[in-house]
Design a protein around this ligand. Structure first.
Ligand SMILES: [Fe+2]
Length: 272
């Protein structure tokens, strides 16, 4: 079956395999820890704020550039002195990219982050008014993630979904922090206010979605209140960060740019 959704000004059409269903009569966020309840954006579900000092931000980019250059080499690619994160797609073919994507799939321990990760824990805590950290009580992981979305490659981003359909991702607050190539043509899409939707208002795939032949770990939202999903693309600039509720419908961050890779830090925080 063909599914459609709106992403910014564009309409996306995808071929879906598998069955769909509508959820139970419940609002998940009302049962769970709501880490954005103290904010002025608790009803819209996301906000964009300044992130770190310029020098810390540059250190992060430099550190990530070294890490990614290392992974590209390890995967069989050739790195030269001109390598920049936004030109990543020029240094990898599909095979090399898929190897790199596997290497980064589970993220890295925060101890390997280019700067002290407590600076980020503190900044996010300050914004939400609750002390939070990447260290969750319920899972072993204490990781940060980098997402790489090549230009014009339709399998590099997740379809629209809620993180919290995966149990261990409940009770959190998420960030999207652009490292390169993020603008209205490539940034993460989301449906404002959708963190408060009743499950019965969302139709979605039963398991991980299979779209245009690619399988994803997350389910895909098919419709919201019986209509096709309509995602906006907030546009955090360099050294800004978007915070959002993991209960919000988000994803579909296709990169429509012609020649710039989009990379973003995507990290989850829980109450300490
Ligand atoms: Fe997600």
């Amino acid at each position: 079956m063909i599914i459609k959704y709106k992403l910014g000004e564009k309409e996306i059409e995808l071929e879906l395999e598998g069955s769909t269903f509508t959820g139970a009569e419940e609002v998940l966020l009302l049962k769970d820890e709501n880490l954005i309840e103290n904010t002025s954006w608790k009803n819209i579900g996301f906000d964009i704020v300044d992130f770190l000092s310029d020098s810390d931000f540059q250190l992060i980019k430099l550190g990530l550039k070294k890490i990614i250059a290392g992974f590209v080499s390890e995967a069989g690619g050739q790195i030269d002195d001109n390598f920049e994160l936004e030109h990543y797609h020029l240094y990898v073919n599909n095979e090399i990219h898929l190897k790199v994507a596997k290497m980064i799939q589970w993220g890295w321990h925060v101890n390997e982050f280019p700067i002290d990760f407590n600076l980020i824990n503190n900044r996010i805590s300050e914004v939400v008014g609750i002390k939070v950290s990447t260290k969750a009580k319920h899972i072993e992981l204490n990781n940060f993630f980098l997402r790489i979305v090549r230009p014009q490659n339709f399998q590099d981003n997740n379809p629209p979904h809620r993180d919290v359909w995966i149990d261990r991702l409940r009770d959190a607050v998420n960030i999207y922090a652009p490292m390169c190539g993020s603008d209205i043509n490539s940034s993460l899409g989301l449906i404002p206010g959708s963190h408060l939707l009743n499950e019965s208002e969302i139709e979605r795939t039963a398991d991980g979605a299979i779209l245009n032949g690619t399988s994803y770990t997350v389910p895909c939202v098919i419709s919201v209140k019986g209509e096709q999903p309509n995602l906006v693309r907030p546009d955090p600039k360099e050294n800004q960060v978007m915070l959002f509720s993991p209960y919000i419908v988000h994803g579909g961050g296709y990169n429509f740019n012609k020649n710039t890779t989009r990379m973003s830090l995507e990290v989850r925080f829980w109450k300490i």
